[in-house]
Write a protein that binds this ligand. Structure first.
Ligand code: ADP
Ligand code: MG
Length: 726
């Protein structure tokens, strides 16, 4: 199919609406918009997910389960099988072997077409059947012409399979890309990468790369293509990562020009706080605090990410920044992604700030009526200077009198958009609040440069003194009795232990590793799930109380009132409980140095970051600590790798790196749902080697070819490019 002629001279594909293509009327255009396709250029950048090979005909004798192949066969037998489901079974052969075609939906006409001796061309996935290999509902065509059998007509290219949406078939997408490729060959798609970069990369040009990935030749290395390692794909991946990186750099430049309250105070409050602490800051904490204070004194908004392993003492550093802000007469807001984490911060900040005469306000979605209204009014009037809370802090209707600092804990669950929305929310008369972002999930470099390049970064790379590495073991839950003994022995000599019960979700019933806890963290856990989790913990506590009658066993879970939770934690901390049975509630901020044993049940259900966080609750005292990861067999390969990684290392950075390799960035960032980093072709793990070149290319483009940058960003980020606008 050929495309319509270009409507005018000098028009480029990025300004040509998709309706300029044949077959695209208003209705199809609307459907395409759902795929993010608005222009002809967008069609070209809608890249195949995978490929099918219809360029050759495979012999049945050589087939393996899972192959997707074209066959040319002869019908030997066709019959209707009656039973629970009526089906048409067609046995076909090609001289090298025979197999079955199975149809559940078929017409009488179809049935009669499969007469004995008829020649059938079909394409589908090979499965193992009861007696022989089979295809279920293959695409097929009855061959009428006898000649074809000897010189079968095959496709000229590998068949691309595109991301589709309801109402837009693969055939439509193939027809559209064909037209777009034809137009592209007329030279109307600009290659934005300058020659210097191209020479260094030694990768194909943009048009070559696009032509190749949309229509790979029959001899294309299919495996390489499926893995995304082909030079044509690498060229596109490079450009895509570059586009993301550039958009964040622009954003950073934009922020650097904005105004912020200049917090120029001596830091008296902060000093009084530090003097009252029972410890001194580690070197790493002091360094990072120095960087933060330096930022706060400038009249541009701070955008700083503080990474630090579990227990490295980020909260204390954040408290210093809050005090610095308050001393300068501005408000500070501390936001956490979950109610529980926020409550923990509330406790800490209240304990630290009240002695200094600073009241800490609390705002969560659970507050209602008068209580809510009261806090909202005090924030709007400026009466409340420090507030801790959840996302509720930035809801409609909440305003600040003079917000100077936003602290966001556990940043990896927020995307660039949310970061920006927060800043906008706190802005006043063209002045933006400073932003301090804290994460305990270290962000690998590849991710940092594509997802966080708009932020300055500090790392607290030292743990407070006296922490001991945790010895981790992985055991099957068939050895539960041994684990119970272990708890008994530890508590007998005066140690304390945690027993963590993980939730069991319905979707887990099939034994899939859906990393349940991880997923539910950033969102409100569904009521039923939460109840189930608490039930499990309650049952476990009962059993353990029976099995360990000499121990004092406590129970803590999310359904308890805040006050009850606090009381139980205080009792445990005071040593009046030996064993604390808990849901993943204790993941956050719990600090009991004498607790040196942690048991995690169904550890295979949790993500690596969460397990690492949980484990961080022990190893806070001087005695040696251990963590028992109990799993329920069978373990998937992934589950095995996750637990092994936890056993092998205590280093949060290493764990994050392996997590990224196992699960991919969407999951690690917790942004699959929020769609923060949607990459078309690049893969942050696979394409790590491109990173240094991308940084160089970004600098070169911004310095020498700034006019090319917006086009490059728009091409890859589309609508999402808005935030990079200058
Ligand atoms: P993070 O949030 O980074 O996981 P926290 O800020 O919760 O860590 O600190 C963990 C524990 O270590 C807290 O009890 C905190 O009071 C304590 N702590 C923080 N800094 C130090 C330090 N320099 N020396 C000793 N203990 C510290
Ligand atoms: Mg913390």
């Amino acid at each position: 199919m050929t495309a319509r002629a270009l409507p005018a001279e000098n028009i480029t594909l990025d300004s040509l609406p998709v309706t300029a293509l044949k077959r695209v009327g208003p209705r199809v255009a609307e459907l395409l918009a759902k795929l993010g396709i608005h222009t002809v250029q967008d069609v070209l950048f809608h890249l195949p997910l995978r490929y099918q090979d219809r360029t050759r005909v495979a012999p049945i004798g050589a087939l393996r389960v899972g192959d997707e192949v074209s066959l040319i066969t002869e019908v030997q037998l066709s019959e209707i099988k009656l039973g629970r489901r009526r089906q048409l079974l067609v046995r076909v052969a090609d001289g090298s072997g025979s197999m079955l075609l199975r149809f559940f939906h078929f017409s009488a006409q179809q049935q009669s077409a499969f007469a004995r001796g008829a020649r059938v061309r079909c394409f589908g996935e090979v499965r193992s059947g009861p007696g022989m290999l089979e295809m279920v509902h293959p695409e097929y065509r009855i061959i009428k012409d006898a000649v074809v059998r000897d010189a079968p007509e095959v496709d000229e290219f590998l068949t691309p399979v595109y991301p589709a949406t309801e109402g837009v078939q693969q055939n439509t997408l193939r027809a559209l890309t064909q037209q777009a490729l034809d137009l592209m060959r007329e030279g109307v798609l600009r290659d934005e990468l300058p020659p210097q970069i191209m020479a260094q990369l030694r990768l194909p040009s943009l048009t070559e790369a696009l032509a190749y990935v949309h229509r790979p030749p029959p001899d294309a290395p299919l495996r390489m293509l499926l893995e995304g390692n082909h030079p044509a794909q690498q060229r596109l991946a490079f450009e895509e990562l570059l586009a993301h990186h550039l958009s964040l750099r622009l954003l950073r430049n934009k922020t650097a020009r904005q105004c912020a309250p200049q917090l120029h105070v001596p830091g008296v409050l902060m000093q009084r706080f530090l003097d009252a602490l029972p410890f001194t800051l580690t070197g790493a904490q002091q360094r990072v605090l120095g960087e933060i204070i330096h930022d706060l004194r400038r009249d541009h908004p701070m955008q700083r990410l503080v990474q630090g392993d579990v227990g490295s003492g980020k909260t204390v550093v954040a408290a210093c920044a809050v005090l610095h802000t308050v001393e300068a007469g501005f408000q500070a807001a501390v936001m956490a992604p979950t109610e529980l984490l926020a409550e923990q911060h509330l406790q800490n900040f209240t304990a630290w700030l009240t002695p200094l005469g600073i009241e800490v306000a609390w705002l969560s979605g659970k507050l209602t009526g008068k209580a809510w209204q009261g806090v909202v009014e005090r924030l709007a009037s400026g009466q409340a200077t420090v507030v801790v809370g959840t996302h509720a802090l930035f809801q409609e209707g909440v305003t600040f009198a003079n917000l100077g600092l936003i602290v966001v804990d556990e940043q990896h669950r927020f995307g660039v958009h949310q970061r920006l929305a927060l800043r906008e929310k706190g802005s006043q008369q063209g002045r933006y609040p400073h932003q301090l972002i804290m994460t305990a999930t270290p962000i690998p470099r590849t991710l940092a440069m594509t997802a966080y390049a708009d932020l300055d970064s500090s790392v607290i790379d030292e743990l407070p003194p006296g922490r001991t590495p945790v010895d981790t073991v992985v055991v099957a839950d068939t050895r539960r009795a041994d684990v119970v003994e272990r708890v008994r022995n530890a508590c007998r000599v005066g140690r304390q232990a945690y027993w963590v019960c993980t939730l069991i979700e319905e979707s887990d019933a099939q034994g899939r590793d859906s990393v349940a806890g991880e997923r539910s963290e950033g969102f409100r856990m569904p009521e039923a799930t939460e109840m189930l989790q608490c039930q499990t913990a309650t049952d476990t506590a009962l059993h353990l109380t029976e099995a360990l009658p000499e121990l004092r066993v406590g129970l803590i879970h999310g359904r308890l009132k805040s006050l009850e939770k606090q009381q139980i934690m205080a009792t445990f901390k005071a040593g009046a409980l030996d064993l604390l049975v808990a849901t993943t509630v204790i993941e956050v901020g719990v600090d009991v140095p004498n607790a040196s044993l942690m048991i995690i049940e169904n550890a295979e259900r949790l993500g690596m970051a969460q397990l690492h966080q949980l484990r961080g609750r022990v190893g806070r005292g001087t005695q040696s600590s251990s963590c028992v990861l109990m799993y329920h067999a069978p373990l998937s390969a992934d589950g095995r790798a996750r637990l092994a990684a936890l056993r092998e290392t205590n280093d949060g950075f290493e764990i994050a790196r392996r997590d990224l390799a196992l699960r991919g960035p969407g999951e690690v960032l917790g942004t699959r749902q929020s769609g923060m980093l949607q990459l078309h072709i690049a893969d942050l793990v696979r394409d790590q080697a491109l990173i240094p070149k991308i940084e160089q290319a970004a600098v070169l483009l911004l310095e020498r070819y700034p006019e090319r940058v917006p086009a490059l960003i728009k091409r890859w980020l589309g609508e999402a490019a808005r935030y990079g606008e200058v």
